[in-house]
Unconditional design. Structure first.
Length: 393
């Protein structure tokens, strides 16, 4: 029996059994939902000490899979991409030698953030990739070189102030490249004279990067001029060398339903690449050029379901549920996310779902739990392929 404590408050987009889950239907509440999951070994997800190794942060993958539906015609490329990044709440790095004002259009079809970026980049004959916690858009060869340089950054056992993530690195609109690089150094506590940094004069848009390491941010800034910090783990960030990438890199990827597409995409980009299972369970080791890795990353994101590891089967996993004065809408939200669905409450059923529920039930499936809560507040539930719908009878 596994005890899971779930807080019921604001919204969360995907279940993580190690984190509190909050619902968008109410403000913070003190009510706690205690769930005991009783299941056979085949029904329970495998335990992991942490996320599988991946070149892309899992939260960024989830953001790129979020829905995005905006019709755009003739909007400047950089402005459009920044709008998408702001809406999706992720970091963006835009190649300064890609024409920022070229007009692009994206259709109004239902799509994900991933698809919107792909459509905008293709319209500008550009390429993009997501690595670590940043989306990089630019000329194909430049994007691949920057990606390879990032993938080869010292990390893992190297723990220095330059490799630790910082809360924010930012500079204002019309900042020079020297001022942008100074902002990176300031995140380490340095106070450099921007004019001493000797980057070409250039005026940049306002930028705010969150959760990046200073070493990665320094690479993104200097790569705009085909330079990069010295790859030595002990060198100062202001020590720069020409931007370059290894011709071949070995990188771990999480395996899953995207594995076939990942291999095909990497092979199309680099016929000399090779891929095999690694010693780390649940992962693949891809060895190939930076082009192979950028293609593999896009294929992985396109087919990855961020909530897949957390989805509970509707009928096979059994629960014991204890509720104390919890709004029914919050419980439905919890059950929908556990089943890998979104929650849709009909307008006529909203008032009923605001009713608070106190009960204790044992050995019920997700489907049965939803029915039991629905009976308490006078509504009905319907589990569809993509959503849990709540309506009046």
């Amino acid at each position: 029996m596994e005890m899971i404590q779930l807080d019921v408050g604001e919204s969360s987009q995907a279940i993580d059994r190690r984190q509190p889950i909050r619902s968008r239907f109410s403000g913070p509440l003190t009510a706690m939902l205690a769930v005991c999951v009783v299941a056979t070994a085949t029904a329970q997800p495998a335990r992991r000490d942490g996320p599988l190794p991946s070149p892309v942060d899992g939260k960024l993958v989830a953001k790129l899979q979020s829905p995005y539906r905006v019709a755009v015609a003739g909007k400047p490329l950089r402005e459009l991409l920044q709008n998408i990044a702001d809406a999706g709440d992720f970091n963006l790095c835009f190649d300064r030698r890609l024409a920022p004002d070229q007009p692009v259009a994206i259709s109004a079809d239902a799509k994900t953030v991933f698809q919107a970026i792909s459509e905008a980049a293709a319209a500008a004959d550009a390429e993009w990739v997501a690595i670590d916690r940043v989306v990089i858009v630019g000329r194909p060869a430049w994007v691949q070189t920057v990606a390879g340089a990032i993938l080869s950054l010292p990390g893992g056992q190297t723990d220095t102030p330059a490799t630790r993530r910082v809360e924010q690195i930012a500079w204002p609109r019309a900042a020079t490249a020297n001022q942008a690089f100074a902002a990176v150094l300031e995140s380490l506590g340095d106070r450099p004279d921007p004019e001493s940094l000797r980057l070409p004069h250039d005026l940049w848009p306002a930028t705010r990067w969150r959760g990046l390491s200073p070493r990665l941010a320094a690479l993104l800034v200097t790569a705009q001029f085909d330079r990069m910090p010295s790859p030595s783990a002990t060198a100062k960030l202001s020590s720069r060398v020409p931007l370059k990438s290894p011709s071949s890199l070995a990188v771990l990827y999480p395996s899953g339903r995207h594995s076939g597409d990942l291999k095909r995409a990497a092979l199309a980009a680099d016929p000399g690449m090779w891929i095999k299972g690694s010693r780390v369970p649940g992962t693949l080791l891809l060895t190939g050029s930076p082009a192979a890795h950028t293609a593999a990353i896009r294929a992985m994101i396109a087919k990855t379901d961020p909530a897949a590891d957390n989805v509970v089967d509707l009928d096979s996993v059994r629960f014991t549920l204890q509720l104390r004065s919890t709004p029914a809408a919050n419980v439905f939200e919890q059950l929908a996310m556990a089943g890998g669905r979104t929650l849709a409450i009909d307008e006529a059923a909203v008032r009923a779902c605001q009713k608070r529920v106190s009960l204790e039930v044992h050995d019920l499936s997700l489907r049965e739990l939803a029915t039991r809560i629905a009976e308490e507040v006078g509504v009905v539930t319907d589990w569809g392929v993509a959503e849990l719908r709540v309506a009046l009878p």
